[in-house]
Design a protein around this ligand. Structure first.
Ligand SMILES: [Zn+2]
Ligand SMILES: [Zn+2]
Length: 287
């Protein structure tokens, strides 16, 4: 499978390689996909960059998923569930408020204030989180590694219970915490070290998946800035964790079909099967 191919294998590839260059969803094998394929070949497979998806690539992509497991129901469901499901929250909201905005964004209809409880968490975001786990071991081996998701989904009822107003965590965002390598042991370091490590991991996301700090440009992963917000400020900061979201992706790239409430939905069909399956992709004639 290579340039100009289309079909299910291609749309799955675009989701699963999101953490390799910040690839957006879609259904064409364009130059961006070829670049992401090359990045994966170089960094994960350690083979020469060809930009071509073959059987060995498919095997490596499935192994990458297995090496960095994510338990969607167990690690990312709304915390209101662990207490008591609040007013019908499935663990991923209940699909309320599509097209409704918080007062501050009523006019602009900016996604920042979109009250929609998306049906799960965006798969591209989770595949990118997986790449962040992987790149921690490449760029900060023995120093920084994935500890846990400190926030996944948070529904409106959970927000109310905690006097929060952010709508980011209704499927568009995850917060990740890292542990620190201390002479061969992995520890939860003090605040100063954890802030340093979180900044280092933001730099990894910027370098490896073209993430941006803040929400300036469209079509990029966004990171909340590190450091602490000034007292009394309502600015969002992520001092001791990494907050990453798809808020600046276009509405089409945030289609309901890209969200999942389950681990099996996150994984999808093994790529080896997708690549081999009849009709999984077509090689279009170059124009
Ligand atoms: Zn909830
Ligand atoms: Zn967050």
């Amino acid at each position: 499978m290579k340039l100009d191919a289309t079909g299910e294998a291609v749309s799955e590839l675009r989701i699963r390689l999101a953490g390799f260059g910040g690839l957006l969803p879609g259904d064409t094998f364009d130059g961006d996909v070829a670049d992401s394929v090359k990045q994966f070949e170089k960094d994960v497979m350690k083979r020469a960059e060809t930009g071509i998806v073959d059987a060995a690539f498919a095997l490596a992509l499935d192994k990458f998923a297995a090496d960095w497991p994510i338990d969607v129901e167990g690690q990312l469901a709304c915390p209101c569930v662990t207490k008591k499901r609040l007013q019908g929250c499935s663990g991923f909201g209940k699909g309320q408020f599509k097209g409704e905005y918080s007062p501050k964004y009523a006019k602009s209809r900016d996604e920042a204030g979109h009250k929609y409880e998306y049906p799960g968490i965006h798969r591209s975001l989770l595949w990118a989180a997986r790449a962040l786990m992987f790149y921690a071991t490449v760029d900060h081996k023995d120093e920084i590694r994935f500890l846990k998701f400190s926030s996944g989904y948070r529904c409106h009822k959970d927000n109310e219970a905690h006097s929060r107003t952010s709508t980011n965590h209704m499927g568009k965002a995850v917060d990740i915490q890292f542990s620190h390598g201390d002479g061969g042991k992995w520890i939860v370091a003090d605040e100063a070290q954890t802030m340093k490590d979180s900044n280092a991991m933001r730099d990894v996301a910027i370098a490896r998946m073209r993430a941006q700090t803040n929400w300036t440009d469209p079509d990029l992963f966004s990171l909340e800035p590190g450091g602490k917000a000034k007292k009394g400020s309502k600015e969002a900061h992520a001092p001791t964790w990494v907050h990453m979201d798809v808020r600046k992706w276009s509405a089409g790239d945030r289609d309901d079909s890209y969200f999942t409430e389950t681990t099996s939905g996150l994984e999808g069909t093994p790529f080896v099967r997708l690549l081999a399956g009849p009709g999984s992709f077509q090689t279009a004639k170059a124009k």
